[in-house]
Design a protein around this ligand. Structure first.
Ligand code: GRF
Length: 226
């Protein structure tokens, strides 16, 4: 008897920039670490480097340029329509640099993830690495979380921490943090694909347990994840 192939989670990835996190998803899929179909990549910027990564991987891509929409809500509606056309099970914000309206967020509630380059709840918003340096922090990192209408404030899933060394500047920290982003983001998505991860009553549930508000923490010390 021929068995049906396993059903793959349909993922739409939203980008604005270089798309290194998108690349991590493509690589994880190719390495069978992510049981998902990357059904489309949508960028709000025509010049986003991630579009070439999508093309190279044979993934459909679209540009919905926010500058074509005088009102934020009009852009969000066009984006929502485009995303919905691909019937995603999961929407991945991967360096997507637009704040989304609650109308958009509600449409994909519980099935949209973001990665933010800080150890949330520290430093929501921009310039996270410089802010960590200015505060004299010894650790920086990134956090994967469910998207809610609170900016960078949805239930946390997993954080990855890296050490800040003496003399590091913001670019040095960003490079280390990106390494851990590429590790934790596809990993969290795979938990979702395995139906181990969900958002319920404003909290993260992993394997049936409510996670603490800071989610799981993984330390990347000398590249050893634990
Ligand atoms: C990442 O640091 C991500 O956390 C932030 O923007 C950066 C985008 O990187 N939101 P990329 O486009 O995935 O390379």
């Amino acid at each position: 008897m021929i068995e049906d192939p396993p059903i793959k989670t349909r993922i739409v990835v939203l980008i604005s920039g270089s798309g290194s996190n998108l690349q991590a998803f493509i690589d994880a899929r190719d390495d069978h670490q992510l049981n998902a179909e990357l059904v489309a990549v949508i960028s709000n910027r025509p010049e986003a480097g991630g579009l070439a990564r999508a093309a190279h991987a044979g993934i459909i891509s679209r540009v919905i340029d926010h500058r074509d929409y005088p009102e934020r809500i009009e852009f969000d509606r066009a984006l929502a329509t485009a995303v919905a056309e691909y019937a995603p099970d999961l929407v991945i914000l991967a360096g997507f640099m637009r704040i989304l309206s609650s109308e958009f967020v509600d449409q994909f509630s519980g099935r949209m993830l973001n990665i933010h380059p800080s150890l949330l709840p520290k430093y929501p918003g921009l310039n996270t690495h410089q802010r960590a340096l200015d505060a004299g922090d010894t650790e920086a990192g990134a956090t994967v979380h469910f998207v809610t209408s609170k900016l960078d404030g949805g239930p946390q899933i997993v954080s990855g921490a890296v050490a800040i060394a003496n003399g590091d500047n913001a670019d040095d920290v960003a490079a280390k943090v990106l390494d851990i982003e590429h590790l934790i983001y596809p990993m969290a998505a795979q938990w979702y694909c395995e139906t181990r991860l969900s958002m319920q009553d404003g909290a993260t549930l992993l394997d049936g347990e409510v996670l603490p508000t800071t989610g799981q923490t993984i330390k990347l010390a000398g590249k050893t994840a634990k």
